[in-house]
Design a protein around this ligand. Structure first.
Ligand SMILES: [Fe+2]
Length: 218
């Protein structure tokens, strides 16, 4: 579903019926300015300084990641914790605990994120731990302006039947990172972020992205 937030009913929508939700104009200009200001004060880490992630995503440029401060994190969760999000997360049996993990990201010219399904298996194997299960992925955009020529689209795929062991992905959604929009989709689901084009100049694709997760005993 792709709808303006003011026309959206978060009590009626179900991720079981429609696994990809795009809400336009989710944030007010004041809210967007608040997060952009917080981003300017953040301590950014580049992909090259995140060894596990850099190994999982080679040749993806050198995008930046930062921790969201406690006040902004609380405000953020208060806004994105929609009834339809809670209903989906709580629909899984045997939940022992709930977790979220959201961060700021800044993509400049040349930055991208190659295709993955958010199951995090490579990371899990390397850590030897059983992490919470990612149930819903979220991405939302805070830059003031974004043009189609600047790239950085979020591409979402359907994982079709495999022929001869080959994965066959077909595009279901190509989502422009429109300022103030919010995307939430069920995990696992293959997706990628297109490379930010040279035409973006010195513009940054500013986002918050992460997951709603559940922890289980087995
Ligand atoms: Fe992802």
């Amino acid at each position: 579903m792709n709808v303006r937030f003011q026309d959206f009913n978060p009590w009626k929508f179900s991720f079981r019926d429609d696994p990809v939700l795009v809400l336009e104009d989710f944030w007010s200009p004041e809210e967007m300015a608040r997060f952009r200001k917080a981003m300017t004060k953040s301590q950014w880490t580049s992909l090259s300084n995140l060894p596990l992630v850099a190994r999982a995503f080679p040749n993806c440029g050198n995008w930046l990641k930062a921790t969201i401060g406690p006040q902004e994190a609380e405000y953020f969760l208060g806004r994105v914790g929609l009834p339809c999000v809670a209903a989906y997360v709580e629909s899984f049996p045997g939940i022992r605990a709930r977790h979220v993990n959201f961060n700021y990201y800044a993509y400049a010219v040349g930055d991208c994120l190659s295709t993955h399904d958010d199951t995090d298996e490579a990371y899990v194997a390397s850590q030897g731990i059983r992490p919470p299960r990612r149930r819903l992925a979220l991405a939302t955009y805070f830059h003031e302006e974004w043009h189609p020529d600047w790239g950085g689209e979020l591409i979402i795929y359907a994982d079709k039947a495999r022929k001869g062991g080959q994965r066959h992905l077909s595009i279901t959604h190509c989502i422009l990172p429109a300022p103030g929009s919010l995307v939430i989709f069920t995990v696992p689901r293959f997706h990628r972020v297109c490379r930010v084009d040279l035409l973006a100049g010195d513009r940054k694709r500013l986002s918050i992205a992460g997951w709603f997760m559940t922890e289980h005993d087995s």
